[in-house]
Design a protein around this ligand. Structure first.
Ligand SMILES: [Zn+2]
Length: 822
């Protein structure tokens, strides 16, 4: 199921204006789509109806993983067979569905949604689609007696079919075709339940390819008021036998290489040829489901030797997923190459003044979406006078005829390929220490939205003067080009020292027309145009920046070269690492670069992070309370608020790595971060150019953990992960202290620390610091606190004759929580 896509690698601002919506333009021109949507088996699935067979049942129980259906009474209407196989049934009668997830995190989350009740839904109608032989089980359950329940089985089937096409925009027929055309037995089971209590728009899906990838089982409700993934997990047996893992690759095939040749016209229309290498990961692969932006319309697909292949791509406004039907099945390990010709508008938006906004950032070519690592050879043709910055290494650039032609290649597998282009001005530079090519790209001409703001501000715009009166100063982005270059120079050196060498050796800092977010692709950063405006202009745009967004966005996006790209993520459960580690990296950047006022900017950064997590949103929730970071973008729903992931996985993910840094901190070492750096280098080296999971990170950390961290005495960090990664604890600390002198004249620290608002087993080694009379801050040690508790200590500070200015907890913002230093 591709309806829940969550990859961002973006840093979204809460401030100010959002970018204008681009209007949908007219449909793509008609073209030779002769082999589109007309495979005979596909057409049968697409138009399937209820068949002749009915199966009456009574008190029949059907189990699919952690979900149990109880059909008290009623009738199954089997759908017509397709190639001799039954792929679905409609049920009418009286039934119930219960779900008990196999893991605690999911049981807890589901129970929040049901307000503490066990999950049970009553229903009188449901549509089942399957390739797992469910019909055999139904036949065995037949009571052979009672008369069919009354009701309109075809009506219900049509209702679900319409919802799939028009609301969910999910081509389930194409997914079923993969199994129907395969000699391998399928394992798909999807129930559309017309529930009475929670929702009549409920889906229970079990898919061996992963439904919320890579997790195979999910419960989804998609009506507006309760929208969300209520539960998702791996097969229960994978938890039982210890193989459940978010690194799991259960898709039927991989794409190790793509050769892309793309022409982009001045109007932003894109015309592409993709030569895609497919490698089967299992036997019986016949239909290839690919990710391609809906308005990019496929003209033709050919196999090796140029034979035309049948393909699926329905209306761009309905369920337009792209699939290719191979002439014969692939065996596990077998490779094949397909060539797709496609074109369309609206994948890129022409924003005026030679500014272009790439909308389809990971789906401008047919692939497996963000995070599926592969190598790329790319050729771009863009209008003459424009410049393009793409992912990978530039091999060639020529201006010939009416176009600018560039060729690009990759040295290592990438999570995604992409580009940014326009009437750019380019500057080059390099970091002080690293062998890197750095580039900045800005467009001296403003996009239409900025021009219209200027006109409005000057009182000549058609909409009149919406702005604050004074005419806006220059909104040229060129003068702040230097800032982007300087940030890249510094960040590359700092991050290489802390995290190890990133593989790309090239970074382009580019301007995009969006006002409120940045994004990072391998070797390519998209910065919001507002990044290049000075604070006067931002003020006039009502984009004042009390929480330091513009200080953080550059260093955050550059850090994604390590987090999200060098080390990727395969599952939404691990996205907190990509965003959180990028945030934490930005704090290291701030610590080293913004030193004008000591650590003031650094402390402000972490205060802003706490503010994000603990401020109530308009739905009344604090992000820290809503759920753990491993639920990622699933935490956004109508009830919790759609801003929860941004308020949680970024700052709390950052804090988790921040706490790790300071637990590994060796205050007396020449480089107190040496141990932390060694661990991070190990992590990036081990997981370079592929995904790394939360559990992978935990295992590396356990190699480097020190005695203070071994709370359970088993060389494991479970206590920490259970509290902060899989849990929702947000402790409060009260710290009171005084100084006295003992008989020897030594200064004694008398302190009282209270830990509260935590679960009984919550444990934390809390660092205590002294601010000495000369202003230096030194770590005294850590106090281990367990549960809601208060400890009092009298610590002689041997050899210290002069009283310190003060003592304090968590000076480096190195413990997540509400810290009250008195
Ligand atoms: Zn990010």
């Amino acid at each position: 199921m591709k309806r829940f896509s969550v990859c961002f690698i973006a840093l979204v601002s809460f401030a100010g204006l959002s970018r204008a919506q681009t209007p949908q333009s007219a449909a793509a021109p008609s073209a030779p789509r002769a082999l589109a949507n007309n495979d005979a088996t596909y057409v049968k699935l697409r138009n399937i109806r209820v068949g002749e067979d009915t199966i009456p049942v009574k008190d029949f129980t059907l189990r699919r993983d952690a979900g149990t259906f109880l059909f008290k009474s009623g009738t199954f209407y089997l759908l017509e067979p397709v190639n001799g196989r039954i792929t679905g049934a409609v049920f009418l009668g009286d039934a119930a569905f219960t779900l008990t997830p196999p893991i605690e995190v999911e049981r807890r989350y589901l129970s929040i949604l049901t307000k503490g009740q066990p999950f049970e839904e009553q229903f009188s109608g449901a549509v089942f689609r399957f390739t797992d032989g469910t019909d055999e089980e139904l036949r065995k359950a037949s009571t052979k007696s009672s008369a069919p329940a009354s009701g309109d089985a075809n009506g219900l089937l049509n209702d679900i079919r319409n919802q799939l096409r028009k609301k969910l925009r999910d081509n389930l027929d194409a997914r079923l075709l993969e199994d129907v055309l395969s000699s391998r037995r399928g394992g798909k089971f999807e129930a559309f339940i017309k529930g009475r209590k929670y929702s009549d728009k409920m889906i229970y899906d079990v898919d061996p390819q992963g439904t919320l990838k890579p997790e195979e089982v999910a419960l989804i409700i998609w009506d507006e008021n309760r929208f969300g993934v209520w539960s998702a997990f791996h097969y229960s047996r994978e938890y039982a036998d210890g193989t459940a893992n978010s690194d799991e690759q259960n898709g039927p095939f991989a794409i190790p290489h793509q050769k892309l040749d793309v022409t982009i016209e001045k109007s932003a229309k894109l015309n592409g040829t993709a030569v895609t290498t497919v490698a089967a990961l299992q036997d019986g692969v016949r239909v290839l489901g690919l990710d391609l932006f809906p308005t990019l319309r496929v003209q033709s697909v050919t196999g090796e030797g140029g034979q035309p292949l049948s393909f699926i791509q329905e209306d761009k406004n309905e369920d337009p997923a792209f699939s290719v039907i191979l002439p014969k099945e692939l065996k596990k390990g077998e490779l094949c190459i397909i060539t797709t010709k496609y074109e369309g508008k609206d994948a890129i938006s022409n924003e005026g003044g030679g500014n272009y906004y790439p909308i389809a950032r990971s789906s401008w070519y047919p692939g497996l979406g963000f995070g599926s690592y592969g190598t790329y050879d790319m050729t771009f043709h863009i209008p003459k006078g424009m410049k393009i910055a793409a992912t990978g290494r530039r091999l060639k650039e020529v201006d010939e005829g009416g176009e600018n032609l560039t060729e690009w290649t990759t040295d290592v597998p990438q999570a995604v390929a992409g580009f940014n282009f326009g009437k750019f001005k380019r500057e080059e530079g390099k970091p002080l220490k690293q062998a890197y090519l750095l580039e900045t790209y800005v467009n001296p001409e403003p996009p239409d939205i900025v021009t219209s703001i200027q006109l409005a501000a000057n009182g000549t715009g058609l909409e009149g003067n919406r702005m604050s009166g004074a005419a806006l100063g220059t909104m040229s982005t060129v003068s702040l080009m230097k800032k982007a270059m300087a940030e890249a120079q510094l960040a590359i050196d700092i991050y290489t020292d802390y995290f190890g060498e990133a593989p790309y050796k090239r970074l382009a800092m580019t301007q995009q027309t969006a006002f409120n977010f940045g994004q990072s692709w391998p070797g390519l950063v998209y910065l919001p145009i507002t990044y290049f405006f000075d604070s006067t202009v931002r003020h006039q745009l009502h984009m004042d920046d009390p929480h330091g967004y513009f200080k953080v966005v550059g260093p955050h996006e550059i850090a994604h070269q390590w987090w999200g790209h060098m080390v990727g993520f395969n599952s939404y459960r691990d996205q907190w690492m990509s965003e959180g580690f990028a945030e934490m990296s930005a704090s290291i950047f701030i610590q080293y670069v913004y030193r004008e006022h000591g650590l003031d900017d650094y402390h402000k950064f972490w205060a802003d992070e706490r503010h994000l997590m603990t401020e109530r949103n308009k739905e009344g929730n604090r992000a820290v309370d809503v759920g753990p970071v491993t639920l990622g973008y699933r935490l956004q729903n109508a009830r919790s608020g759609f801003d929860i992931p941004r308020r949680l996985i970024y700052p709390k993910g950052g804090y988790i790595l921040q706490m790790v840094r300071f637990m590994l901190w060796e205050s007396r070492a020449q480089d107190p971060d040496a141990r932390f750096k060694a661990m991070m280098h190990d992590f990036t080296k081990t997981y370079a150019n592929r995904p790394g999971s939360t559990e992978d990170f935990k295992a590396i950390l356990e190699k480097y953990m020190v005695r203070d961290m071994d709370i359970d005495g088993n060389q494991k960090m479970d206590w920490f992960f259970n509290q902060y990664v899989y849990g929702t604890d947000y402790p409060t600390y009260k710290f009171e202290h005084s100084f006295s002198n003992d008989a020897n004249g030594d200064v004694v620290l008398n302190m009282k620390i209270t830990q509260s608002d935590v679960s009984p087993k919550f444990a934390m080694p809390v660092p205590v610091y002294l601010e000495l009379s000369n202003g230096r801050v030194a770590r005294l040690g850590t106090e281990r606190l367990v549960g809601n508790t208060t400890v009092e200590e009298h610590v002689p500070l041997k050899g210290l004759k002069e009283k310190p200015k003060r003592a304090l907890l968590a000076y480096y913002d190195d413990v997540l929580g509400n810290i009250e230093n008195h």
